[in-house]
Write a protein that binds this ligand. Sequence first.
Ligand code: SF4
Length: 378
Amino acid sequence: MEQSVKSFLLPWNLWIILRRRYWVCRCMIQISLRASYNAGMSSNRAEPMIVKYFSRAGLMLTDGCTAACASCYLSGRAGKGRWMDADMAVGIWAGLANLSPHGCKVHVTGGEPFIDWEKLIEILRAAAGEGLQAESVETNGFWATGDNIIRDRLRALEAAGMGRLAISADPFHQEFVPIGRVRRLAEVAREVLGPDRVRVRWEDWLEQGRDVQAMSFAQRDDLFAEWIATGRDRLNGRAAEMLAGFLPPKPPEAFAGQTCREAILRSRHVHVGSDGTVMPGVCAGLSIGRVTVPWEESVRGLWCALRENFSRRPILSRLIETGPTAILQLAHELGLSVPWEGKGFASKCHLCWAARFALAATGNYADELAPRDYYQPY
Ligand code: SF4
C-alpha cells in the first residue's frame, strides 16, 4: 500500500516541479522580450509612439449568431459560424496580454459566443488555466430561457474568471430576442454577479423599450429612425448598408480632410476575427494583419509590421494620411462604381465602407480588406 502511494506521489511531485519551472522560464522570457522590445522602441522616451499598444481587444470567438441585427457593424451571420479553437483563442489572447507592458483587457464576443455554450466555456476554462481572464463576455441573451440555465451558466463563467457580463439590448437586437428574456437575464445576472458586474448596452432601452417583434414594419422603421438619430451606432459593415438610409445624406466633400490616423494607429482597441484577422476597434472589414501560428509571437509580429510599414499599404496609408475620400478617389481612378455614391453618405465611416466594398469587389487588396466574407451580400 505504502509503496503504491509513493509510486503515485513521485510522478505527481515531478509534474508540480516541472510545471513551476515552466512558469518561471515563461516569466523570464516575457520579461526579457519586453525589455529588449522596449529598448528597441524609441531612443527618446519623450517621443510619442506612432502605433499605440493594443490595450483593449475584442476576441471574436465566432462570427455565427442567432440574430442578424441591422446595427451589426461586425456583420455577424446567422448560424453556428466559423469558430476559433481553444489553442488559437488562448494563443492570441496570451499574445495580446504580453504585447504591452501594461497588458490588454480582453472581452470575449462574436457573433454570439453563447451559440455554442460548450465551446465558449471550454475556451474560457483553457484561458483561465493560463492565467487569462476575460474582462467581459458579451451576449444578446437569446439563451436566457429560464432562471436555472441563467444561474448555472453565470456560475460557470464566474468560475472561469469572467469579470462582467455585457448584455446587448437595443431596438435592433429586440427584432430577434424578446425584450422580456433580456430583462430577466439582467435581473438574475445582477443577483448572481452583483450589479457592478453586469453592463447593459443600452440600459435606458432595456428599461423603457418596447416589444419590437410585435410591431408592424412601418412602426419598426419609425423606431429605427428615432434611435439611429441618437448617434450611438457605428455605421460600418451591415449597419452601414441597412441604417445609413435613416440619416441625412451628405456629399463626399463633407468628409474631406477627416483622416483616420487616430482610429487606425492610436485607438488602442482592436477586434480579432474568428479567422485571426485583426481590425482597428471600429473599422470592421479593415485588416491590419492576420494572426497565424505560432499565435502568441504572431500578435507581436503583426504589431511591429504595422509600425514598420503602414505607410506602404495602399488602403491603410490613404486612410491614415487623407481619410476615406482618398480611397473613394482610388475607386474612381480604377473606374469602379461605388454603392450609395448617387445618394450621398451618412457618415465618414459609411463613405469608407462603400468605397471599400467597391474595391473589395475587384478581388484585390485582400490583405487589407478582410475578412473577405464581410464584403459578401447578406
Ligand atoms: S472612416 Fe474607415 S478607417 Fe476611418 S474610422 Fe471609419 S471605418 Fe475606420
